[in-house]
Design a protein around this ligand. Sequence first.
Ligand SMILES: [Fe+2]
Length: 608
Amino acid sequence: MSTHDTAPSVFRRTSVRLATVAVGLAAVVGGAVLTAGTATAATSPYSDIVLGVGGDDASRLLTWYSAVNTDQVVQYAKASEVVNGTFPASAKTVTATGGATTSGEFNRVATLAGLAENTAYTYRVGTDGEWSTAYSFRTQHFDGDFDFLFFGDPQIGSSGNTANDAAGWTDTVNVATQAYPDAEMLFSAGDQVEKATDETQYAAFLQPDQLRQIPFVATNGNHDVGSKAYEQHFATPNTDRSAGPGTATASGGDYWFVHKDVLFLDINSNSLDDASHIAWMTQVIKDHGDEATWKVLAFHHSVYSAGPHATDADVVKRRADLPTVISQLGVDLVLQGHDHSYARSYLMHNGDKADPAEQPGADSVVAGPGGVLYVTANSASGSKYYDLQNKGFPWLSVQNQEKVRNYTAVEITDDTINVKTLRSQATSTQAVNSIVDSVTLSHAPAETSDGQTVQVTVPDAAPGEFVWTIDGSNGLVDLGTATDQGDHYAAAGAINPIRVTDTRTSGTPWSISGQVGDFSAGDRSFSGSYLGWTPRLVQAGGGAQAGPAVASGFVAGGKGLSVSSLLGQAPDGHDRGTAKLGADLDLEVPIDVSDGTYQATLTLTALS
Ligand SMILES: [Fe+2]
């Protein structure tokens, strides 16, 4: 009798996951005082200074208006080197560009580049002998966790009283930056002003000095396109004016930037040329998607809101055109405005609720591939509020309209995005900085799982070898959210197929079997015996045969896949060739299992 060398058993692991509703906790916001920024100079011809985001963490874009069309610069130095308003000889000077504005003034744009991290800077604009007030800002670490502040439709002037609107807006910015003193951006949902040709409204909008101290992220709203003033006031990085284009008299263009571990895309939704938005987003994510863990998209016209604009024809068109692409591009969070009321969607996948079992107001949501969270901000200034439609829109997890000003703090870590919306104005029962809504978004573990890691270490099949590998790049087998079946929860899915190539001439038999451990979620667990499977031949070849079905232990009272079970095999003397083995999974667990997101490891073993 001949003997066969037995290839070393190879272990591959893939994870099986059962998700049910997870429970999170709302955090309480603390208070602190913003300290940046000092004014030092007197009257000057310069106004409307805005510190904007740059294309990366080490740069900022600065814009300002000028009453005079002279050569102007921005001068900046480390704040510690500016003593009593005197800039050091080492201060950097950058020549500004710009031209005439539609309002009859002149604008200037300059880039502050090469900034060091975690450093305070002081800057001024103008020219020798005629400088603006000096302002300060500080960079923070260029990686790690961070938060930013999101504001809905300030729309200064909308109430008919510009001073009131500006006071509300300024108060919201003060409340928000005091509660979040390390916020790294002030992010607008668009509609900065009521009337784009009204420079008095722009001056009122730009009243808070925080707009010169913390990078502002502008979004183009429908009230911003009555002139070119929006793009003359706000320089934005990496802007493509052909995507979401403007007109001869209206601002336009889509832009992106990377901040720490987030790729931000901000599109001009005034343009209904959705094909251009889609082409642009696709290209940006293709070119830069790998540079960040998270992708955040912003545009003004909410597609998942709660107010009267939700059923506008233009919004209906965007809702038909964009969500599937947004899912397919792997966007995590979409920030929007326009409907002057608060709305938080369920996780949406290709335009539908991703998980039918997601509960309204869930404190935490776990997004599988294509799952997207959409948040629509209420007014930050109090200039205008819209009533909720209350028509049972299927996308609404949370809606709120108390007709008090709101702001949203977005806190980003490696693993989570917390979106917390707070009142910047008290109600009769709720204090300033009380929470309207809080949700924590995380990714279902997928692309970094063990299965993928194992897969890339397996070489291509060479002649005369037995090789097997997990097919596909996704090591996570996500069974989604289990459904309530009365006496048990049920979930189903399929393993990532196993590709087996055997080119040996010996016809040596082989087999692959699987065994699952217990499912666990924190300190809770249930037995792996509740998982069963039905092996199948996804691709025939090389004499491979699928193993027998194994029922869930809940149904059959047996041990399910908690004991080693045959996935497939080829008998002695089989043909050479390649086969692909799959298996449908069937999980049935007792109804008394606690809520949670459970995971288990399915270990696959090959023998030959
Ligand atoms: Fe709007």
